[in-house]
Design a protein around this ligand. Structure first.
Ligand code: SF4
Length: 337
């Protein structure tokens, strides 16, 4: 569903009053109407126009994979405008959180070595509507079960800051109280370290969370795992993060995927501790999820525990992320259409 600005313009051009934009958003986002026949408060002639020109959702379901315990639902979605396919994931946590992981691009140009999406290459940016509709899709889906979406993470296919304007517009649309009204603090943007995007976000005045994929505290190794690190070296990244925290007073999360024998050595735990010490940050260790065609292996639980223990000695807050959805290729780094 388009955002309020777009709808207002649409109705103005079609000769209808602006309040129709509020009405339509309310019908879809609050009442959960999925087709125009259900919107009896709109004139029949207008409903016909809307049906022909403005689909309620810009994406449609093609395939669903459900984890056996029901905790994860991965959906393959087709973009109506050109048939391109993307994936979005719903995670149902025991503590009641209902989190949607959205894609921001079809494929990704960043090419992180451990990521299935990176292997697909880049096709195109998603529009703001296609991004926000992944959340709306699950909002409408969960209505039948009396559940609500509580959180959104931009950790699906694509690098959100390489599609900055559409991602920010989607965030504002999702946050708009006339639409879904999701709290900005419940949304997390995740970047592979696009410095320009971090600096821009610092000036947005939004309360969204920022997660940074770090994966190594050493420039050389980081470059091997994430080619984008050559463009945005660790020193520049750290300066941008410091600028960001100074400006926003918001804590950043560092994501660190644990790859056996690659980045889980105790010496790297010490380096990570030194790098993060004194920063307004939190480190998430992510046990690696297998993807086809990759040579990487998940670190042993003992290595993960020891790594965590060492980083903690530097007074850096650190947790090991609960990873859902591995069995259906829906976990971090496993999405590919
Ligand atoms: S991890 Fe994220 S940024 Fe890296 S290739 Fe995969 S989708 Fe792109």
């Amino acid at each position: 569903m388009r955002d309020h600005d777009d709808l207002k313009q649409f109705f103005a051009e079609a000769g209808h009053p602006a309040f129709r934009a509020d009405q339509l958003l309310r019908d879809v986002c609050k009442r959960g109407a999925t087709n125009y026949e259900d919107m009896s408060n709109l004139p029949v002639s207008l409903r016909e126009v809307l049906k022909a020109q403005l689909p309620v959702l810009s994406i449609e379901e093609k395939e669903v994979s459900l984890a056996p315990d029901g905790s994860v639902r991965k959906v393959l979605l087709r973009c109506k405008k050109d048939g391109k396919k993307i994936e979005a994931v719903l995670m149902r946590f025991d503590d009641g959180r209902r989190t949607v992981c959205v894609s921001s691009q079809v494929g990704c140009a960043v090419g992180c070595k451990f990521c299935a999406t990176g292997k697909m290459g880049f096709t195109r940016n998603l529009t703001y509507e296609e991004i926000a509709d992944q959340v709306l899709f699950f909002v409408l889906d969960l209505k039948d079960y009396g559940e609500e979406i509580t959180n959104v993470v931009f950790m699906g296919m694509g690098e959100p800051f390489n599609n900055y304007d559409n991602v920010m517009r989607a965030v504002r649309h999702l946050n708009d109280s006339r639409a879904l009204g999701l709290g900005a603090r419940n949304m997390t943007l995740s970047t592979a370290g696009v410095v320009s995007g971090i600096l821009k976000l610092a000036d947005e005045g939004l309360q969204v969370n920022l997660a940074i994929s770090l994966h190594s505290p050493i420039q050389k190794l980081r470059e091997k795992l994430m080619p984008i690190a050559a463009k945005y070296p660790l020193d520049d990244l750290m300066s941008a993060v410091s600028e960001y925290t100074k400006e926003t007073h918001r804590r950043v999360s560092y994501e660190y995927v644990m790859l056996a024998g690659i980045n889980d050595d105790v010496s790297l735990a010490h380096e990570l501790g030194k790098l993060c010490k004194g920063q307004l940050c939190h480190v998430n260790l992510i046990p690696y999820n297998f993807t086809k065609g990759n040579r990487f292996k998940r670190s042993a639980q003992d290595s993960i525990d020891e790594f965590k223990r060492i980083v903690e000695t530097y007074n850096v807050p650190i947790t090991v992320r609960v990873s859902l959805g591995q069995g259906i290729d829906a976990a971090c780094g496993q999405l590919a259409s």
